[in-house]
Design a protein around this ligand. Structure first.
Ligand SMILES: [Zn+2]
Length: 192
């Protein structure tokens, strides 16, 4: 499935269900509106994060480990599982178990990458994140760069990144890695 289709699927869910507020904060409402079941479970397994389960005669069921921290990472896991459902992914027998939702690992399966991309598009909607991010800057910080803002991992530009990312991760209730990858994909920042 191409990225445009995944982004549109996330945008459709967003516009259908969210009139205001942060997408992450509306996850529970959306899951209910889509007639899915949702549970948080205790798990001793360090690797288990979440699952989408479908058994005959019951609604599809999103399950996540209850103690995923920080909360931005838990939100990402829930949005990832919602992505498996919305994108109509093939289940292995009756479920998809997601043990290692690693956004930076591109060697994971196509379905896992697609669910990660859905989660980023949903949690950080295209127009909103571009507006929120660029609002911080009155002009392009680096005119010679092919990205909007070239981050440097030291000095004042690093301080600036920490301030902006601190604000936006809080506002959108996402982890810093989710924000970073989304901004790179949108060519707002370089990969640093
Ligand atoms: Zn998954």
């Amino acid at each position: 499935m191409d990225k445009v289709k995944i982004e549109n699927a996330a945008l459709n869910i967003y516009t259908e269900h969210i009139k205001r507020g942060t997408p992450a904060k509306s996850l529970a409402k959306i899951i209910k509106a889509e007639s899915l079941w949702f549970s948080e479970i205790k798990s001793d397994s360090n690797s288990f994060l979440g699952a989408l389960v479908k058994v005959p005669d019951y609604p599809p069921h999103i399950i996540v480990r209850n103690n995923i921290t920080p909360s931005g990472r838990k939100n990402f896991t829930i949005a990832h599982e919602l992505g498996h459902y919305i994108l109509g992914h093939n289940l292995y027998n009756t479920s998809i178990f997601c043990n290692n939702i690693n956004e930076e690992d591109e060697t994971i399966s196509k379905q896992e990458n697609e669910a990660n991309y859905f989660a980023r598009c949903f949690l950080l909607p295209h127009d909103r994140i571009i507006k929120e991010f660029t609002n911080w800057f009155r002009y392009r910080v680096s005119q010679t760069s092919n990205v909007f803002l070239k981050i440097e991992t030291q000095g004042s530009k690093w301080q600036l990144w920490k301030a902006v990312s601190g604000n936006l991760t809080k506002k959108f209730a996402v982890s810093e890695i989710t924000l970073k990858i989304r901004l790179i994909e949108l060519k707002l920042i370089n990969n640093f």
